[in-house]
Ligand binder design. Structure first.
Ligand code: ATP
Ligand code: MG
Length: 389
């Protein structure tokens, strides 16, 4: 039996004008995500793309990967067969045996692209439905809410049979919306933020601030592990690790304690913006959410925001922690995120941070570091680049 994957385009079906380009990018992304499994051929149909393994490949792994590629509404595995009704009947009973055994109700749908096929769609449905009932005595027909929908499609050179669809990752194909740079910590929120923006078609790069010896090698490895999980959806993430110790020590030594965190966050933004510019990014992404901690009150966010000119995307801004956790479980970053390693945000935290900082006060506090520009330039010159895939 020859099995293929059928992919149903998501939102890109709506994008009349650019549909072709979008589909090409989607195919390129699928090709990349499947590249180390073997060779596949991709054929565009009306609103589906056929993914056809050239070699003898176990499709489980391939389906799993394709189900994480953005821009796909739904996918299904299908079995090819000869374009005659006997072959269609036999293939259905054999290929879908397990699923038909497990179901209580079913219906049949038929699509006939080849109008020369001797049976019309309603006849195929009726005849195949009758055959299924004669083979699986426990089954009942339910045309409104069946446990399994058996779909038969008659195309020009072959027919295929398939069962239920699997939900796709949705969103837009990565790379159709430009590039942005995510500020990634080891926490729960920033990997979720990265995933959410990648889902909108944005290609990611990432910046992580490390403060050895206050933060450990293990904390950095944890961040790389998180990025790997995000990369299963977004594709490659070029990551820049910035040495942040000297800057944090300067903030600690020279600025009023109540502004430590907010100034640190501003400097993170400034450095990230410089790296992002070089990487052709048009926005920064953070995992901030209003009110979550003192550095994320609206007043504090205003102070961080005005440190840069680039737009800052904060997709978690209106979500509460439980909603963010639900996404992190879905993308399998939660268990990694909760491993307890120190982040640079948690060293030198003030006892009483200002929850309503004013921009002017923060800027004058920051100006106590008179060589900040030099420190920033030095940190950027020592950045370590890691390719995450
Ligand atoms: P997260 O769960 O993403 O760590 P958080 O709720 O712990 O978020 P903060 O620690 O205040 O909040 O960080 C807010 C945002 O700042 C993070 O979502 C992330 O985008 C960025 N950030 C924090 N620490 C770092 C870091 N070490 N390197 C890069 N970005 C960071
Ligand atoms: Mg954090």
């Amino acid at each position: 039996m020859k099995e293929i994957i059928l992919v149903k385009n998501g939102e890109l079906a709506l994008k009349g004008l650019n549909r072709n380009t979008f589909e090409d990018i989607l195919i390129k992304n699928m090709r990349k995500s499947l590249s180390d499994l073997g060779k596949f051929e991709f054929t565009k149909g009306q609103s589906t793309i056929m993914v056809d393994p050239v070699d003898d490949i176990d499709l489980d792994d391939a389906v799993d990967r394709v189900s994480r590629v953005f821009g796909i509404a739904a996918l299904s595995r299908a079995c090819l067969c000869e374009k005659d009704f006997d072959s269609i009947k036999e293939t259905t009973a054999e290929y879908l045996e397990e699923q038909l055994e497990d179901a209580k109700t079913f219906k049949v749908e038929a699509k006939r692209a080849d109008k020369k096929f001797p049976m019309k769609s309603p006849e195929i449905c009726r005849e195949l439905g009758g055959y299924i009932l004669s083979k699986f005595h426990h089954l009942k027909v339910d045309v409104h809410n069946p446990d399994i929908t058996v779909t038969v499609e008659i195309r020009d050179n072959f027919a295929f049979v398939r069962g239920n669809n699997i939900k796709g990752a949705g969103g837009m194909p990565t790379g159709t919306s430009g590039r942005a740079c995510v500020l990634i910590s080891g926490g729960i929120d920033s990997p979720v933020a990265a995933y959410m923006m990648a889902k909108r078609g944005i290609e990611l790069c990432a910046v992580h601030f490390a403060s050895p010896p206050y933060t450990s090698e293990l904390a950095e490895m944890k961040v790389m592990e998180l990025l790997k999980k995000v990369a299963r959806y977004s594709g490659v993430i070029t990551t820049y690790v910035v040495p942040f110790t000297k800057i944090q020590e300067a903030i600690r030594d020279l600025c009023p304690e109540e502004y430590f965190t907010i100034i640190m966050r501003r400097v993170m933004m400034m450095i990230s913006e410089k790296i992002a510019e070089k990487q052709n990014c048009n926005a920064l992404i953070t995992g901030e959410s209003v009110g979550q901690v003192a550095s994320q009150t609206m007043y504090a966010l205003r102070c961080t925001d005005c440190a840069v000119n680039m737009p800052v995307f904060r997709p978690c801004i209106g979500m509460d922690k439980e909603e963010i956790i639900a996404v992190s479980r879905k993308i399998d970053t939660f268990e990694t995120s909760i491993q307890p390693y120190e982040d640079c945000c948690t060293v030198f935290t003030p006892k009483h941070p200002k929850t309503r900082p004013q921009v002017d006060d923060v800027i004058s506090a920051e100006q106590k570091i008179d060589n900040l520009d030099e420190l920033i330039a030095e940190a950027i010159s020592q950045v370590k680049k890691v390719i995450i895939r």
